[in-house]
Design a protein around this ligand. Structure first.
Ligand SMILES: Nc1ncnc2c1ncn2[C@@H]1O[C@H](COP(=O)(O)OP(=O)(O)OP(=O)(O)O)[C@@H](O)[C@H]1O
Ligand SMILES: [Mg+2]
Length: 774
């Protein structure tokens, strides 16, 4: 019997009794054998197949909502993988329709309203006119609008403003993604955007399918019958957009792109609206709302300024900030200055009048910056993107954080950067290109390289510190000291470490790619190494695999066998999590060979633990124990106590799965003895969780509960909330098995509060347990 099995078994038995069916009758109705049903009810089947769950739900005649909860009743355990991350078995994946039918998650992903939004009444009315006259939820074709137009003309601003206006017509939520079609680096792959949407719709990371097509299918089935507004912003081209179209009549999609999206208009019935430069009155209106009465006082100069900005909103905003900054100088004097500058640039530059117009405004603003802010702006042009925090900017420029903050503040004030999230700064790509050009012109190659090096060191060192907080007992890799002027951050505890990873997620991916592409080969394998725990804990398995592939190539280019072995081991682990067992085994084999070749016993042992995890997934528990024992002796030979403890806990777990509870307990107790010395609360909590499981299987529910309490005490200290919630779930399970629904409910409630607070999809399974408690 297993904890998850016990809970599901109890649900099944209660559901069967309330339907007035014997096991034989249920077997007949569901097409399953009596034995299968009996095993399920006794909790002997660890991961009921989704199809089995379907059949049983159908045979019991459960209504849609109860089906979802019934299906979600299978839980997950803690601490299986060698790195201690918690993962559900792939075979345990519920059909998405089941997993999400119960409580619909309503996504609200729109960015904040556009400040000082001005004009565009015709475009707004045209967009609203495209909605189904009977209301967005009425019958009729799916509505797709495509906003086209040049860079900085205001497509995104218009789309976001309109989306806020009509949001209330979409009670099932609003999805938003910035597809980064024109940002530095790669545009966002459609598969990544789909993963983000599926998460926002309540699908757990583990349940997100692998391929783009499968994700698109899951996404479409989740949106069927719902009224959701989907805003696909800054799309590169039709290929990027097409998999993201929901296709159901209640949903409305709005795409913004510089591309004409001809294929979308011809093939998908999209209606294209062109966003043009602001008409003069609207350009004056925007200037008026940004700089006030000056515009009315000297109408002629204001018209001239609007004209000098080419009536392009991006340029108008930059210029307006200049006017504000030069408070007290007559508008006519400022436009004369700008005209003069344009005249000079016209002589220097080629590329057409339009290009010089906008660049003149940028130059006007840039030349007025304090030297530190100007240098920061140029260096943002060499940063990997897509955005930057003040501490990272400090390292980039080699400045104290307070000075970096001041420079960023000045750049935001000048509208050369946008603080798009509190403390995070991004740069429009036209401005970024301009910044990079200025850097090339004014900073030497050595200076630019040093800035890149400092900022890569910043991410590497901070990620390393954050990783240690998440997994204190993880193997350390030797990092060279950071470049002078680098000021890595020091996250204070696991919560902050996780928050830092979450905030920097996209930047860390960009930094890894940047390192690989610009000859920082050590960073290109070290960064992925320190990101691996974060990716596995958060369920970002694609990122885990992709970055480790980058790492493998970088390690190979350096001829670094140890780094190749580590990367191969991690790729294997990512394959394993995805259910690609053959590929996983091949990667593990190669890694084992490489570790042996260089005599790295601890490395070999870590891979053995991953092999054991693979065997567990395949139900080969006896072989898993052999690998655990092998890992144990290798870790002993290498003198790695934390590794020994991991191996002992893994052996204990697998022995328990084999039903050898006495041996299992001995192994786990040996693990504990070591872990108490080592002081890694997460590892120790994992072992207590295994012990809880062993006692639960022996029917010793009180002892099981005591073990879970030990785990919870340790976790409270480490502030690792996800694990706390998971152990609370297990505590509830054992209370439930012991026939104490009230205590079970209490523990599950606490778990649910944490999962809900974190916005974690595991909340659904706990909610289902609570619904079926009695
Ligand atoms: N109607 C408007 N009122 C006020 N500000 C606007 C308006 N339109 C655009 N802006 C501002 O101008 C800048 C550029 O606009 P936006 O980012 O929407 O352009 P875009 O067309 O989406 O450009 P890109 O092609 O780069 O995505 C932003 O700072 C935006 O807030
Ligand atoms: Mg845009």
């Amino acid at each position: 019997m297993t904890a998850e099995g016990a809970v599901f078994g109890a649900r099944l038995s209660a559901g069967r009794r309330s339907a007035g069916l014997s096991q034989a009758e249920l077997a007949e109705r569901s097409g399953l054998s009596v034995r299968a049903i009996s095993n399920l009810e006794r909790g002997r089947t660890r991961w009921p197949h989704p199809d089995t769950v379907h059949r049983l739900a159908g045979a019991l005649g459960l209504p849609a909502e109860a089906r979802a909860e019934f299906g979600a009743a299978a839980g997950r355990r803690l601490g299986g993988a060698a790195d201690g991350s918690a993962i559900a078995a792939p075979g345990d994946r519920l059909p998405l329709s089941l997993a999400s039918e119960g409580r619909q998650v309503v996504p609200r992903q729109l960015p904040g309203p556009v400040r000082h939004f001005t004009g565009r009444q015709n475009e707004l009315a045209a967009l609203t006119g495209l909605l189904d006259p009977a209301g967005a939820g009425g019958p009729g074709a799916a509505v797709i609008s495509a906003l086209g137009g040049m860079a900085g003309v205001g497509k995104t601003a218009l789309a976001v403003h309109w989306a806020h206006q009509v949001a209330s017509q979409f009670p099932d939520g609003q999805l938003f993604v910035n597809l980064r079609g024109y940002d530095v680096g790669q545009p966002m792959p459609a598969g990544d955007a789909l993963a983000g949407f599926l998460r926002a719709l309540g699908v757990a990371g583990q349940d997100i399918p692998d391929g783009t097509d499968e994700r698109a299918a899951a996404y479409r089935s989740l949106l069927a019958g719902r009224r959701v507004l989907v805003l696909l912003d800054n799309a590169r081209d039709v290929a990027q957009v097409r998999p993201l179209l929901p296709g159901s009549p209640g949903c409305v999609t709005l795409v913004t792109s510089r591309d004409a999206l001809g294929g979308l208009v011809a093939g998908d019935g999209a209606v294209r609206l062109e966003v043009d430069l602001l008409p003069l009155p609207e350009a004056l209106g925007l200037l008026g709302s940004l700089i006030g009465s000056v515009v009315r006082d000297d109408h002629g100069a204001a018209v001239k300024l609007a004209d000098q900005c080419g009536r392009l909103p991006l340029a108008l905003r930059v210029a307006a900030e200049m006017v504000v900054a030069r408070n007290g100088i007559a508008l006519a004097d400022l436009t004369a200055e700008l005209a003069d500058l344009k005249h000079r640039l016209d002589k220097l530059e080629t590329g057409g009048d339009e290009r010089t117009t906008v660049r003149t405004v940028f130059t006007w603003s840039y030349q007025d910056l304090d030297p530190a802010a100007a240098r920061m702006f140029r260096l943002v042009g060499v940063h990997p993107g897509p955005d930057i925090s003040a501490p990272a900017a400090a390292s980039l420029a080699g400045l104290p954080v307070a000075q970096a903050r001041r420079a960023l503040g000045e750049l935001t004030g000048a509208h050369l950067l946008a603080e798009h999230l509190p403390g995070r700064f991004s740069c429009h790509d036209l401005l970024r290109v301009y910044a990079a050009e200025q850097a090339t012109a004014l900073d030497s190659p050595a200076q630019r390289r040093a800035a890149e090096h400092r900022v890569l060191d910043h991410y590497l060192q901070t990620a390393c510190a954050a990783d240690r907080l998440l997994r204190p007992s993880r193997e350390l890799i030797a990092l060279p000291p950071p470049q002078p002027g680098t000021l890595p951050e020091n996250p204070d505890g696991p919560d902050q470490a996780m928050a830092w990873f979450d905030a920097e997620h996209k930047v860390l991916l960009a930094a890894t790619a940047h390192a690989a592409g610009s000859g920082f080969s050590s960073h290109a394998w070290q960064l992925p190494w320190v990101l691996a725990t974060f990716f596995s804990l958060r369920g970002h398995y694609d990122d885990l695999a992709d970055t480790q592939r980058t790492a493998l190539a970088a390690a190979a280019s350096l001829g670094d066998v140890a780094a190749q072995a580590r990367a191969g081991d991690q790729i294997g682990f990512a394959c394993l999590l995805r259910g690609q067992y053959q590929a996983a085994a091949a990667y593990f084999d190669r890694a084992l060979g490489q570790f042996r070749q260089i005599g790295d016993q601890a490395g070999e042992a870590s891979t053995c633990l991953n092999v054991s995890f693979l065997l567990e997934r395949q139900g080969r528990h006896a072989e898993a124990v052999q690998q655990d024992e092998r890992a144990l002796s290798l870790f002993q030979a290498a003198g790695r106590l934390a590794g020994q403890a991991l191996a002992l806990n893994a052996a204990g777990w697998h022995l328990a799965l084999l039903g050898d509870h006495e041996q299992a307990r001995t192994r786990c107790q040996q693990a504990l003895a070591l872990q108490r010395e080592l002081g890694d609360p997460l590892d120790e909590a994992n072992t207590w969780d295994s012990l809880g499981y062993i006692h639960d299987r022996l029917g010793q529910h009180e002892q099981a509960a005591a073990c879970y309490s030990e785990a919870l005490d340790l976790l409270a200290r480490s502030k690792e909330r996800w694990r706390q919630a998971t152990v609370l779930t297990h505590l509830g399970d054992t209370r439930h098995s012991s026939g104490d629904p009230q205590a079970a409910g209490h523990a599950w409630q606490q778990a649910l509060a944490i999962f809900d607070d974190m916005g974690h999809p595991d909340a659904e399974a706990v909610r289902a347990k609570l619904a079926f408690r009695n």
